[in-house]
Design a protein around this ligand. Structure first.
Ligand SMILES: Nc1nc2c(ncn2[C@@H]2O[C@H](COP(=O)(O)OP(=O)(O)OP(=O)(O)O)[C@@H](O)[C@H]2O)c(=O)[nH]1
Ligand SMILES: [Mg+2]
Length: 352
């Protein structure tokens, strides 16, 4: 048996505490691509998932639905997890209609099964499992007697250690926390650093994994519908500048994360807005700006679809398939700017 007792990240081992096959095995058997979403409290994780679902629900040529339970039905936690997934999924449509902001996520992490079936027969159906959970679990520990970085919950440890195909990891980095004035990004920054350390320690099968550093709440930085088009037309340098300022440690570490067999799509970054917010409330944007807002979830979805089609679960994990695009009219997120090791080191040393 592996000796997993020494590491803080593996203290929650993959011991089977419930009947049925494990989460990672079930994801593999049902050919579902896991999308692990990490970020501090109020970073925008749930809003990201909702906006991705909404973005698909409003496309005429894509059928999207809640998938089958993620956990083995023999596992007593299966029903509870699926009910939470269902609530979140149904919430997407409700939120669109009423403009309610999403509430804080509580309890144990859970996965939302989302099945995507393009009606265009040339594009294959894909199944995702989106992780949602409370951001507190990814924030540095305030207790000085405890380790700074928290351990992952057992479900996440299971996927990282045992899922044999490519997974996607999204690091959610909000431009700000709260209403735009309370800029508590240092906790977010170190929280993401802890997540990367945990990934590095637990994940051995990295060669097909894809990583996205997502600067959320971009609308708080670049006003939408402004005469200056920074909201819709930011360059990679614009985004990099903000990340260097607010996420010095985690953004630097992300760029140096050893991924094994580098491919540029597998390490990406972009800015994101999960919708049009006015006075802290989610609103329907004016008609002429629909495309501008929708471009964000569609860009991320395009990339996720590419990851899931290229590194398909359920197949031989040494082979890859051609990368497919779900929305040919939008791009995928770009690779971070190339930097020398010296530059990265300097950056890490001068980080606040
Ligand atoms: N302006 C703006 N606000 C956003 C955006 N995305 C999310 N928010 C707001 O930020 C707050 C937190 O968003 P959530 O999606 O609940 O964040 P979370 O990461 O799921 O937070 P926890 O569940 O507490 O871990 C909510 O009030 C959202 O309405 C965005 O793109 N722009
Ligand atoms: Mg949440």
């Amino acid at each position: 048996m592996d000796d997993v007792s020494e590491s803080p990240f593996t203290s929650a081992t993959r011991r089977r505490t419930s009947p049925g096959i494990s989460l990672a095995e079930n994801l593999d058997r049902t050919e579902r691509h896991p999308v692990l979403i990490f970020g501090s409290s109020a970073a925008g994780k749930s809003s990201l998932v909702l906006s991705l679902i909404l973005g698909l629900q409003t496309m005429r040529d894509i059928n999207v639905s809640l998938g089958d339970p993620i956990l083995d039905p023999a596992d007593p936690r299966s029903k509870v997890m699926h009910q939470r997934a269902k609530d979140t999924y149904d919430r997407a449509a409700y939120e669109l209609a009423t403009g309610k902001p999403v509430g804080i996520t509580i309890g144990e992490p859970f996965f939302i099964p989302v099945d995507v079936k393009p009606t265009n027969s040339l594009l294959e159906p894909v199944k995702f499992a989106f992780l949602d959970g409370r951001g507190e679990d990814y924030q540095p520990n305030e207790d000085i007697n405890a380790d700074l970085f928290r351990t992952f919950k057992p479900e996440i440890v299971d996927v990282l250690r045992s899922f044999p195909h490519g997974i996607t990891v999204i690091y959610v980095a909000p431009y700000s926390v709260g209403d735009g004035h309370d800029r508590d990004t240092p906790s977010s920054n170190f929280g993401l650093l802890g997540v990367m350390r945990g990934y590095e320690e637990l994940r051995e099968l990295r060669r097909h994994d894809s990583h996205l550093f997502l600067l959320t709440k971009w609308d708080q930085y670049a006003t939408p519908m402004d005469a200056r088009p920074l909201f819709s037309d930011a360059s990679a340098n614009d985004v990099d500048r903000v990340l260097r300022d607010r996420y010095p440690n985690s953004w630097g570490t992300f760029q140096a994360l050893p991924l094994e067999g580098e491919a540029h799509e597998r390490r990406a970054f972009m800015q994101y807005s999960s919708g049009y917010f006015k006075d802290g409330e989610y609103r329907e944007p004016p008609h002429s700006f629909h495309g501008t807002f929708k471009r964000y979830p569609r860009t991320v979805m395009n990339w996720l679809y590419g990851n899931a089609t290229q590194y398909r679960p359920g197949r031989d994990n040494r082979t890859t398939s051609p990368r497919r695009s779900l929305f040919p009219d939008v791009d995928v997120p770009t690779a971070p700017p190339r930097r020398s090791l010296i530059d990265l080191l300097n950056h890490a040393l001068t980080a606040r």
